[in-house]
Design a protein around this ligand. Sequence first.
Ligand code: PLP
Length: 405
Amino acid sequence: MFDIQKVREDFPVLRQIINKKPLVYLDNGATTQKPRCVTDVITDYYLRKNSSIHRGVHFLSSQATVEYEKARETVSQFINAKNKHEVIFTSGTTGSLNMLAFSFGEKYIKEGDEIILSEMEHHANIVPWQLLCERKKAKLKVLPFNDDGELLVDQLEYLITEKTKIISVIHISNVLGTINPIKKIIEIGHSHGIPVCIDTAQSIQHVPIDVQKLDCDFLAFSGHKLYGPTGIGGFYGKEKWLEEMPPYQGGGDMVDEVSFEKTTFNQLPFKFEAGTTNYIGAIAMAEGINYIQGIGLSNIADYEHELLEYGAAKLKEVGGVKIFGNAFARTPIFSFHIENVHPLDTGMIFDKMGIAVRTGTHCAQPIMQHYGVDGMVRASLSFYNTKEEIDYLCTGIEQVKRMFL
Ligand code: PLP
């Protein structure tokens, strides 16, 4: 499929010793590590190429502008957008969803309208909509999931009313690893004339995404979970919506003509990119996309599925571990409890062993409420992880059990 040892060499951070133990990085749901080609692009830009985009006629500015727009082309092809001006650079998934909630909300939401989310959303796909609901006196409705971590999609028909204005759902759960049937959700939404947004923060790096095939109206993702830098991400919107939606922020670059009496706005995508954007981040994110495309998204999905099956079997063998979520379709994210041990204690013992996992509520408190727990331990894997690292995670669990029994 691909040479895992060769791939790991591309990620210098993985070769580190932490607490006198080789690092086993299993916190990829929070952020992925960066291949050297991405950090090289960033260094090269700051050392040799830095210049503001869309602002000057001089060589460096023109070069940066060309490469920034090339990065947009890369993202656009990666998600198969029909037009590259449907891709907006933002600060990340949070930035994208706030922009959508504000801008779509300004245009289309009025008192009494309804917005449908799912029970397994990350806070980034809850709070911006809640703020909008408070502003406009609109209402949130929630599509539940079962204890296996599968959305009860059939209930969507009952939640939808003539007041429903938008559906916004997570593609892959950052806690349960569930791959939600977004195509079906989009079809149901569209059969009622309702646009659908998908949060692909946890999916775009794991499974191929084609916005035209999915026919989603909006999509949000983060560069730092896609082997790129922090502070950059993307937002996709169908042209027909983006043309109608008002700007989110005002400032330089998003305008056409400005006077104290009136301002007219720039064309797409610039209407939504106010101020000096993170252009180096965008260029480096595109490098990250090129890197994983070099490995092949379907190779990545196959290998990660192997890790999922191996990990699920191993964790079962270990015993005394309760795994949350058991969806039929999922990615290698294991959120669990070791019996009678607080997740924070587990995390701290793992850390002493060089194992990096996430502990806490994973920015998804409604999921914690569903299962009646105040936190979980989460091991989230990437294509650079190995079966040996899963074995070592199990050794860590045995160690925690020994210490607490
Ligand atoms: N949505 C999901 C599913 C996530 O997992 C995350 C981050 O963990 C976010 C949104 C927010 O992403 P960011 O913090 O990069 O904006």
